[in-house]
Design a protein around this ligand. Structure first.
Ligand SMILES: NC(=O)c1ccc[n+]([C@@H]2O[C@H](COP(=O)([O-])OP(=O)(O)OC[C@H]3O[C@@H](n4cnc5c(N)ncnc54)[C@H](OP(=O)(O)O)[C@@H]3O)[C@@H](O)[C@H]2O)c1
Length: 192
């Protein structure tokens, strides 16, 4: 994988020669940073037939690195699209079903209960899917978006990011390689 361009819009966020997306280098205050993390293609495509569409192993490793040790909140459909609960993270699943008992996850029936469960963590993550990103858009203060520069058939989409409310604070671009055919970028947005 070849990093092509790293841009940092706010002074002091990251050093320009540090080709790393380690989240610890992005400024964090004492305030909680509820973070949505998603990979979306050119037209905001997220998934199809309750599955992911592409496979970018570096992005999956980054997802694991960023989210490990933090609670992750997801919709029931995303939870069911995974083989099992993700290790080293408290898995929280939103569903309207009152008797839902997934293995390895805590169930909540509304957004307030989800937020209250994660209130003591400095950076809880909202990991999808489309319905849950929409639901949490106004409750988050950061978006870690992997933008895949390609169009795909999809049936679930990431919501539009309103640039009057969100500011792009970091961008890291990668070109395709023989192992994975798509150019992609890590985009970090903070709520203005
Ligand atoms: N590319 C990415 O980064 C990424 C990340 C995650 C997921 N995905 C993809 O996204 C797709 C799944 O997304 P999706 O939008 O279909 O489903 P989803 O957001 O994962 O889950 C939707 C479910 O969440 C529950 N829910 C939603 N709002 C709720 C509320 N206010 N209160 C309680 N429960 C609520 C409902 O569960 P019940 O029906 O049980 O009530 C609803 O059916 C899959 O294709 C997956 O692979 C992609």
């Amino acid at each position: 994988m070849t990093p092509q361009l790293i841009k940092f819009k706010n002074d002091g966020l990251l050093l320009e020669d540090e080709k790393s997306s380690d989240p610890k280098k992005i400024s964090m205050t004492d305030k909680q940073t509820i973070t949505m993390i998603a990979a979306a293609a050119q037209n905001n495509e997220l998934g199809k037939n309750n599955d992911l569409i592409w496979h970018i192993s570096e992005d999956l490793k980054r997802f694991k690195r960023l989210t490990s040790g933090h609670p992750i909140i997801m919709g029931r459909k995303t939870f069911e699209s995974m083989p099992k609960a993700l290790p080293n993270r408290t898995n929280i699943v939103l569903t309207t079903k009152k008797d839902y008992k997934p293995v390895g996850a805590i169930v909540v029936n509304n957004i307030n209960d989800a937020l209250s469960l994660v209130k003591d963590d400095q950076q809880p993550f909202i990991i999808g899917g489309g319905e849950i990103y929409r639901l949490f858009m106004d409750h988050c203060s950061r978006i870690e978006l992997t933008r895949v520069h390609h169009n795909f058939e999809a049936d679930v989409f990431f919501p539009e990011i309103d640039l009057t409310k969100w500011s792009l604070i970091a961008q890291e671009d990668f070109t395709s390689t023989k192992d994975q055919p798509y150019n992609y970028s890590y985009l970090t947005y903070d709520k203005i």
